[in-house]
Design a protein around this ligand. Sequence first.
Ligand code: MG
Length: 280
Amino acid sequence: MITLPVRNDQSLVLFTDLDGTLIDHHTYSYRRSEQALKELEIHHVPLVFCSSKTYSEQVYLQQQMSVDAPFIIENGSALVIPKGYFPSEILPVLPRYIDTEKHEVFALAHTDTSALHQIIKRFPAVRGFSDVSDAELSLHTGLHGEALLRARDRWFTETLVETPEAKNTPEFLNALAVSGFSTSQGGRFLTIQSASTNKGVAVRHLMSIFRQTTSSPVFAAIGDSPNDLPMLNCADIAFQVRRADGNYAQIELDGLRRTSGTGPAGFEEAVQSLLHSRLK
Ligand SMILES: [Mg+2]
């Protein structure tokens, strides 16, 4: 077991990626993470989802997993904070995108995605989730029915289906850059998002709020893909989860701890390391 620099009098806050980390890359199952989720709840460790997934997808997963915490949607495009979770006077000074019954949503990304969709239209070989039929999107994602609708419910970003040649051309990347967009590689898909934000920008906003509500917080983060690097980079303790194919994505970071387990098994391994170090 790795010994980690977390004292018993310090409070842990855990940020985690979802696909390929908390949930299985192929099946989207979180069964292998359930024990770790229970232990985090017992130890009152806030578990903050930080994923390219949409608001709808993450609300659904939180309900399934009985997780109640802020979360970060669409690769750092917005912070979602449950109403009443933090005192109102310390909420971020950011544009409010929407208020739902349960959440306040603070935008970090461009809220007008029309420019993004116009660029994608100019490059016929590049196709986003919104350009393909339900049947084709099911083939690419393995999602069906309600889960497919939740994946389509994007507010700030567009995720591309497999277009390996077209999406890396200088013409396409330049067109994105001049309009303030960039690409971010997840475990499965490339996402187009505002260049002004990423998972790390969003995590830093939440860290500054947790610092005002939590005594001596220690921030840990777990991820598996290059788009997790900005999140891992700002955590006190960072874990890279092994991928389903047995390899590790190319992520270089001083002090990065790599799990031997893959996907949710790696997530559990990281959580055990964190909690074990506190209980000693
Ligand atoms: Mg991932």
